[in-house]
Write a protein that binds this ligand. Structure first.
Ligand code: 4G1
Length: 252
C-alpha cells in the first residue's frame, strides 16, 4: 500500500521508518512511503507556509495554498481521485485512534495521504475542501501532527501481510490481544524465580490448555480492573464467551 505524508518535517518521518520493526514493511515493498514538504510548493523567496490568524491571537496557521498545491502534485503522481486514497489529517478534533480504526486503515487498498499539522493547525477551508478523515492520538497538546502520523504508520505497517515474522505472527490469530479487545496477560521470562518472586506455575506447566486458560483469566481480570470500558466494548462486539462471563462474575 502506498502512503504519502505531507509534513514540514519530512526527516522526522523518514528517520522513523528507516528503523524498527516497521522497516520490514518498507524494505519488502509491502508499504511504499513518500514524504512531501508543502514548503516546496510555496511561493516567493521566503516560501512561506504559515501566516497570522485572522481575528488575532497567538501562533500561526498553515496556509491553504501550499497545502493544496502539494496535494494536487500527490494526486497527479498517484493518478487517483480523492476517494481512492483518503486524506487523513491528524488533529485533536478527530476520532481517537484505536485498533479498529487501524485495521480499517490497513485494509485500504489504495493506502492514504497523511497530513501532520504544525503551529496552531491548518486553515479551515483546506480541511473542509480536502480532508476526508480526522484522527487524534488523544487529548493532550503536541507541537505537531508528525508523532500521531508515525503512530498510525507503525500500527498499520505491522498489519500488512507478510510483515510480521513467524514469532510475531500469533498477533494475527483470534486469541491475540490484538483482536480480543482486551488487555494482554502479564509476561514472564527467565529466571523462573527473580528476586524471590516466582513465575506463576501455570506458565511452567507445559500444558497448553492450562496456560491458555490462565492467560485468558488474567487478561479478563486485568481488563475488568483497569479498563472496564474495554470489557463493555468486547461484550458488545460478541467477543466474550459464556466461560469468560463466568470468570468475570468471579464464579471460577
Ligand atoms: C487543542 C494531540 C489543541 C495534538 C486541544 C493529539 C490539543 C494530532 C494531534 C491541541 C495533536 C488539544 C493529536 C494541540 C496536534 C496543530 C499542530 C494541532 C499541533 C496541534 C487537546 C496543536 N493527534 N496538535 N494543538 O495540541 O496536532 O493528532
Amino acid at each position: 500500500m502506498r502512503i504519502d505524508v505531507i509534513t514540514l518535517f519530512p526527516e522526522m518521518i523518514q528517520s522513523f521508518i528507516e528503523q524498527g520493526v516497521t522497516r520490514r514493511a518498507y524494505d519488502s515493498g509491502h508499504m511504499v512511503l513518500k514524504c512531501w514538504n508543502p514548503r516546496d510548493f510555496a511561493d516567493g523567496n521566503y516560501r512561506r507556509v504559515d501566516d497570522r490568524p485572522f481575528g488575532g491571537g497567538p501562533g500561526m496557521v498553515m496556509l491553504p495554498e501550499p497545502l493544496a498545491a502539494c496535494l494536487l502534485a500527490i494526486r497527479q503522481e498517484r493518478a487517483d481521485d480523492r476517494h481512492s486514497a483518503p486524506l487523513i489529517y491528524f488533529s485533536p478534533t478527530g476520532e481517537t485512534l484505536d485498533q479498529t480504526l487501524v485495521r480499517e486503515s490497513a485494509a485500504s487498498a489504495n493506502g492514504a495521504v497523511l497530513l501532520g499539522g504544525r503551529y496552531e493547525g491548518v486553515d479551515q477551508r483546506f480541511i473542509d475542501a480536502h480532508v476526508d478523515r480526522q484522527i487524534s492520538l488523544g487529548d493532550f497538546v503536541l507541537s505537531g501532527g508528525e508523532l500521531p502520523a508515525m503512530a498510525w504508520l507503525d500500527a498499520v505497517a505491522r498489519l500488512q501481510p507478510g510483515v510480521l515474522n513467524d514469532s510475531d505472527s500469533h498477533a494475527q490469530d483470534s486469541f491475540s490481544p490484538d483482536l480480543s479487545g482486551l488487555l494482554d496477560s502479564p509476561h514472564f521470562t527467565r529466571p523462573e524465580v527473580w528476586q524471590g518472586v516466582s513465575t506463576p506455575p501455570a506458565l511452567l506447566s507445559g500444558h497448553h490448555a492450562l496456560i491458555a486458560d490462565w492467560r485468558r483469566t488474567q487478561s479478563l481480570q486485568l481488563t475488568a480492573a483497569n479498563r472496564p470500558d474495554l470489557i463493555a466494548k468486547a461484550r458488545k462486539a460478541g467477543l466474550l464467551s459464556a466461560k469468560d462471563e463466568r470468570i468475570l462474575a468471579g464464579k471460577t
